[in-house]
Design a protein around this ligand. Structure first.
Ligand code: G3P
Ligand code: CA
Length: 263
């Protein structure tokens, strides 16, 4: 088995504000195989890369992302909260790649301009709240970019993830060629350790689950699934998932994982 893929979780988000263009470009510079992002819908139906339901933690706004229009969100600062954005004495303030809201379109444009193969792991958030619109709009956008039916030699290969079996099934029904990840925070009672249900090809257990269940990764793989683990930031966890033989490592520190793999 070859080295696992290294995915930058929300970009190189230990060093720079998560989900900003700067964090993603840093990850590409560091040599990450792929980028992870979360998407949710604005009030006027645009897909934006924001993890939290609310604006308060990662911007100078307050309230729900879904209650704001794209134009309102574009006026906010999504970077200055992060220590990696604090200008040292005499330095210029961070440019807008560090502070501007990232739309999924801008991320796709950046990935397509990377000049090398890049994988993109897109997680849809809160599918029940949006009644399937996130997945429908996502697949429509991926079709427009020619990314919904990926081929092995395509420079950009998209995989869609969700904690919601319903969302995974929906993406599979809308675009059967798109690989999907069923994310797992705990092991649900209904999950059998055979081939994954809902059309998912990849299991996405959290690192806490992998620590608690050392046989989980080998069992999922033996049943013919791939396994991507999140969020692997600590050196001891990196060793754990490498020993377990995972297919993908999702981390806030892609440079650390790549150095461990001597890449
Ligand atoms: O990559 C999967 C992981 O991102 C899921 O958790 O909360 O970081 O979106 P969260
Ligand atoms: Ca995520």
């Amino acid at each position: 088995m070859g080295d696992p893929l290294v995915f930058a979780h929300r970009g190189s988000s230990a060093d720079l504000p998560e989900h900003t263009l700067a964090a993603y470009l840093r990850a590409l510079d560091e040599g990450a195989d792929g980028l992870e992002c979360d998407v949710r819908l604005t009030r006027d139906g645009h897909l934006v890369c924001v993890h939290d339901r609310r604006l308060d933690r990662t911007s100078n706004g307050t309230g729900l992302v879904s209650a704001r229009t794209l134009a309102e969100l574009e006026a906010l600062d999504f970077g200055s909260w992060h220590p990696g954005c604090a200008p040292a004495d005499g330095d210029e303030p961070p440019d807008e790649s560090h502070t501007r809201l990232l739309t999924l379109e801008r991320l796709l444009d950046a990935v397509l301009a990377a000049g090398r193969p890049v994988r993109l792991l897109i997680e849809t958030k809160h599918p029940s709240r949006y009644g399937g619109n996130v997945e429908r709009r996502l697949v429509t956008m991926l079709r427009r970019y020619g990314l919904a039916e990926p081929g092995p030699d395509d420079p950009v290969r998209v995989t869609v993830m969700s904690f919601s079996p319903l969302a995974v099934r929906r993406v599979h029904d809308l675009a059967p060629a798109l690989p999907t990840v069923l994310l797992l925070e705990v092991l649900p009672g209904w999950l059998r350790l055979g081939r994954l249900p809902f059309g998912a090809r990849i299991a996405g257990p959290g690192i806490a689950l992998v620590r608690a269940r050392p046989q989980l990764v080998p069992a999922l793989r033996a049943a013919g699934n791939q396994v991507y683990v999140w969020t692997v930031n600590e050196p001891a966890d990196l060793e754990l998932v490498l020993d377990a033989g995972v297919d993908g490592i999702i981390t806030d520190r892609p440079a650390q994982a790549l150095a461990r793999l001597a890449r």
